[in-house]
Design a protein around this ligand. Structure first.
Ligand code: ATP
Length: 357
């Protein structure tokens, strides 16, 4: 196991800036998720940690050792890919033992390690099969077994569940998390799936355009998104954003539009402000201290356990509300929606950064 530290990591491919001054500290034994949209640099960052890409600038440090110049084989890292990458001509047993044979580990110890890893990944019955005789989920378990059998300092996983169907993905998600709790190897996990990130990560690094925009626990990312990008990327349905005017009345600041007047704590010097509120924080119940607005229904989506109500606040502003399944409305109906001021997020429209309340 190792603590992983990145300082000022930059990576250019010709003129393409894939990574832009990445600073990141990953605690020994933790499970960190790199989350972001396609092309934001997740895989490149992972490959820089593995030593598969040469850095344009910056350093990668494992514990106290600068490994930036070390080739992958000397970093004691393992990778698991979306494509499984198990060798088709080798039986499962040989796929798993291969990294140990390369390291010239004694035969008895290889047997012990195969037993250990196949027990924890539930593949003991599959050891004498070829990969072609396995399901996708079983193949991915074999790939994970091969990656952890030699007890790497760092385990890197690049979208390992993307090729699995939805049910299996959910099952493997919890299995990988349980596996990590057992073996506690420092794990860096790439995904663009926010549910995977929120359920698996001890910490999440949200990336965009080659930068880490926010690094924090899932709760911090959800409750205090640092920018409009993070607020919009994490949460489903997406957070509602409404740009409002800033009014100063009796020495207090308010965000104001034709339907709403929301107090802003503290000073905000701009003329306008972006107000964010999550669909799940809007309700039909009026509780003490809640604010409200009226809006017109234009579309209702029925999901398994919830109704997603799309509303027009005014001609230009759409709002989405997440309500229990049994609540429904007709198109054109006017409804009153309530919310607590504590659930409101404010962002600077110029910098897009969060305004702390
Ligand atoms: P995805 O989720 O689609 O896999 P990603 O976040 O992993 O995306 P990267 O694969 O790291 O993104 O790519 C980051 C940027 O670097 C992209 O603009 C990509 O086109 C570019 N890039 C990656 N590899 C190379 C390469 N070998 N040569 C040139 N450009 C590259």
């Amino acid at each position: 196991m190792a603590k992983v530290t990145l300082k000022g990591v930059k990576k250019y491919f010709g003129n393409v800036k894939a990574l832009d001054s990445i600073d990141l500290e990953i605690e020994d034994g933790s499970f960190v998720v790199l989350l972001g949209p396609s092309g934001c640099g997740k895989t490149t960052l992972m490959r820089c940690i593995a030593g598969l890409e040469e850095l344009t600038d910056g350093v990668v440090i494992f514990d106290d050792m600068d490994v930036s110049e070390l080739p992958p084989k000397d970093r004691n890292v393992s990778m698991v890919f979306q494509s499984y990458a198990v060798w088709p001509h080798m039986k499962v047993r040989d796929n798993i033992s291969y990294p140990l044979k390369l390291k010239k580990v004694r035969k008895e110890e290889i047997e012990q390690r195969i037993k250990w890893v196949s027990d924890i990944l539930h593949i003991s019955e599959l050891l004498d099969r070829y990969p072609a005789q396995l399901s996708g989920g079983q193949r991915q378990r074999v790939a994970v077994a091969r990656a952890i059998v030699h007890q790497p300092s760092v385990l890197l996983m690049d979208e390992p569940l993307s090729n699995l169907d939805a049910l299996l993905r959910v099952k493997m998600r919890s299995e990988l998390k349980k596996l990590h709790e057992r073996i506690k190897v420092t794990t860096i996990y790439v995904t663009h799936d926010q549910t995977e990130a929120m359920t698996m990560g001890d910490k999440i690094a949200v990336m965009n355009a080659g930068k880490i925009i926010q690094y924090g626990t899932p709760e911090e990312i959800y409750r205090k998104p640092r920018t409009i990008f993070v607020a919009g990327f994490v949460g489903s349905p997406q957070m509602n954003f409404v740009t409002m005017k800033v009014k100063n009345k009796e020495e207090r600041y308010y965000a104001e539009n034709s339907a709403l007047l929301i107090p802003i704590n503290g000073d905000f010097a701009g003329d306008s402000i972006v107000v964010g509120i999550r669909p799940e924080h809007l309700t039909l119940e009026n509780r003490e201290g809640y604010l409200s607005f009226e809006a017109q229904v234009y579309f209702v989506e029925k999901l398994m356990s919830e109704s997603i109500i799309h509303l027009f606040l005014d001609e230009e502003t759409k709002i989405v509300v997440k309500l229990p399944y049994d609540i429904s409305f007709k198109e054109g109906e006017k409804i009153r929606v309530f919310f607590s001021t504590e659930s409101v997020h404010f962002f600077d429209p110029v910098t897009t950064e969060r305004i702390e309340q």
